[in-house]
Design a protein around this ligand. Structure first.
Ligand SMILES: NC(=O)c1ccc[n+]([C@@H]2O[C@H](COP(=O)([O-])OP(=O)(O)OC[C@H]3O[C@@H](n4cnc5c(N)ncnc54)[C@H](O)[C@@H]3O)[C@@H](O)[C@H]2O)c1
Length: 263
């Protein structure tokens, strides 16, 4: 799908990848662009930079997502592309409190369900529409060090697949963005996994460029880091070997920490 004259919503548009998406989409001369973010000031600032409309709010609140779609339909009669991009991470394994699991579930899964619920009726009536859902390499592989992030980002991929399969013949297209490291505030440089991701991280602008190309070609999986596709392809070929490789990586990344003297 080409983005010229399209009506686009980007959640998490105030910072990082979402901000870069807004800037890159603006170059394609869309008809309307809504910049949504929990951070109202950041949404406003990006909206001014791209001649868009800022709408602050929490994507975990279904009424906020309904408001985004209602505002786009009131101003420009439709939503052509809904980018569910807002996200965050949380460290931890099985000890992660239920409330944090719930927050990750709402942020990475339910927000996408809310977007589909709100935008699909108009899209189906017009016979076309597009969803971009930002998952992560962790959604195809894993994020060592964050069980809740890995599981919910897998669920993002799963929901995107489901949406694509069920609505493809009705003219709906879905892309799932699965980057590895990207130079944004999300990378925590005190974390050994993130230090590794940072070493081969792309800029948000590089990712936005891949997204525009992926949407133009209507690709389901958008993989700005080609090595993610290679690791993903190796998984079903020998699952046990793949698990072994990741457990060795975990051991390697944790080694320098073990050597540090106790505080
Ligand atoms: N940076 C990476 O290395 C990386 C890698 C893979 C996937 N991702 C994914 O990319 C997406 C964007 O992350 P980023 O790297 O740009 O991080 P970022 O922290 O720079 O931007 C995330 C944005 O989402 C907003 N946000 C967070 N929770 C929200 C909520 N509940 N409601 C509305 N807005 C909310 C934040 O205010 C922020 O503007 C996320 O889904 C993230 O999981 C990032």
């Amino acid at each position: 799908m080409q983005l010229i004259d399209k009506v686009i919503i980007v959640t998490g548009g105030g910072h990082g990848i979402g901000r870069a998406l807004c800037h890159r989409f603006a170059q394609e001369r869309p008809r309307g662009l809504i910049v949504a973010d929990l951070d109202a000031e950041a949404a406003e600032s990006v909206a001014q930079e791209v001649a868009g409309v800022a709408i602050p709010g929490d994507v975990c609140d279904e009424t906020h997502i309904q408001q985004l779609v209602a505002e786009a339909e009131a101003r420009w009669d439709r939503v052509d592309l809904f980018c569910s991009n807002a996200g965050s991470t949380i460290k931890g394994g099985v000890e992660t409190p239920d409330a944090d699991w719930q927050r990750m579930w709402e942020l990475h899964v339910l927000s996408n369900v809310y977007a589909a619920r709100a935008a699909l009726p108009g899209m189906l009536a017009r016979g076309h529409g597009y969803f971009l859902q930002t998952s992560s390499a962790a959604g195809l592989l894993t994020e060592i060090g964050s069980a809740a992030y890995s599981v919910t980002k897998h669920a993002t991929v799963s929901f995107a697949e489901w949406l694509s399969i069920n609505y493809r013949r009705a003219g709906i297209r879905v892309s799932c963005l699965c980057p590895s490291g990207v130079q944004t505030d999300m990378l925590n440089l005190n974390d050994p996994v993130h230090q590794f991701l940072q070493s081969h991280a792309l800029s948000p602008d590089d990712v936005a460029e891949c997204v525009v190309r992926g949407i133009d070609e209507e690709e389901f999986l958008i993989l700005p880091h080609p090595e993610v596709g290679e690791f993903f392809a190796s998984k079903p070929q020998d699952y046990d070997r793949w698990l072994h490789q990741f457990s060795r990586m975990k051991e390697k990344w944790e080694r320098p920490r073990k050597l540090r003297p106790a505080a």
